[in-house]
Design a protein around this ligand. Structure first.
Ligand code: FE2
Ligand code: FE2
Length: 291
């Protein structure tokens, strides 16, 4: 099975290529990033890496140690979602690490920020915005209004703007895609941990994908061990969830953008097993060691 849903086109100036990695879940997710990220950057000629890290610490939240590890591995910006506060230390970490975002539509008083102005290795600016949906989720501020405000604030400084919309309902995510069509480079969804097959460039030039999927154990129920999660459905009794380990896969998307317009020119969905990433890392090794 191919890892990308379509062949990668050759890159030509002035194209920028952004890799977005779907929710990294626990140690299996981090291991996938460790094994494959540098090879993916090399293979796909990536300029900037964004990853959703809300489940990076044992499936629930993020710690300073784990956030720093992901940044060291080559992630440039970390987005999040409803699990951002699961580990208490995130309340402090997010104030000290501007490359970690929480949804911008958390009410006033929440620590941290919902957007970040990143710079690529070539010194080009990319705005990254993280917002969260409200359908079947926490009733926080209006993401449709807040995202517009965040984009307006970034617009003076970045033509390329990438939005992670962390939401449960497909309808709300698609609505956000149409809301922002022509206004940003890309709108991708996170949170469901299941990659959707609806990647497209919307008519006014915004790349869209309802959910990027999960970078973690796929023999699981959205990242946790099957038996306790299944038992909760079978019996409605409380059970303790642990991160699963089987069949780790990295789910991601690559968006190409025209730097002059800020609009997308291509979107490619990726799904790699751990072994495929290890092979890729082996293939890319001579290239990496020569730079
Ligand atoms: Fe998640
Ligand atoms: Fe989530």
């Amino acid at each position: 099975m191919p890892n990308g849903i379509r062949a990668t086109l050759g890159k030509s100036f002035p194209l920028m290529r952004i890799l977005f990695i779907g929710d990294i879940v626990g140690r299996p997710g981090r291991q996938l990033v460790k094994t494959g990220l540098q090879a993916l950057i090399s293979r796909h000629d990536i300029d900037l890496v964004i990853a959703n890290a809300e489940n990076a610490a044992a499936g629930f939240g993020i710690t300073r140690e784990i956030g720093d590890e992901l940044l060291d591995l080559g992630v440039d910006v970390m987005t999040s979602g409803n699990h951002i506060w699961d580990k208490r230390e995130a309340l402090d970490y997010i104030g000290a690490e501007s490359r970690l975002l929480r949804p911008a539509n958390y009410p006033a008083g929440a620590p941290g920020n919902g957007s970040y102005l990143a710079r690529t290795r070539q010194g080009l600016s990319v705005g990254v915005v993280n917002v969260m949906g409200r359908v079947f989720m926490l009733q926080i501020d209006d993401p449709f209004a807040v995202v517009q405000r965040e984009i307006d604030a970034l617009r003076q400084r970045a033509r390329i703007v990438f939005v992670d919309f962390h939401a449960e309902a497909t309808s709300e995510k698609i609505a956000m895609g149409w809301h922002l069509d022509g206004k940003v480079t890309a709108v991708v969804g996170t949170h469901t941990h299941v990659q959707t097959a609806d990647e497209r460039i919307l008519p006014k030039g915004t790349a869209y994908l309802t959910d990027v999927g999960m970078t973690g154990p796929h023999d699981s129920i959205i990242g946790v061990e099957i038996e306790p999660a299944l038992n909760r459905f079978l019996t409605a009794l409380p059970s303790r969830f642990e991160t699963a380990s089987g069949n780790p896969r990295l789910n991601a998307v690559v968006v190409d953008a025209d730097e002059t317009t800020g609009l997308a020119t291509d979107i490619e969905r990726l799904s790699y097993s751990h072994d495929e990433l290890a092979d890729l890392a082996e293939d890319e090794r001579p290239v990496r060691s020569s730079v």
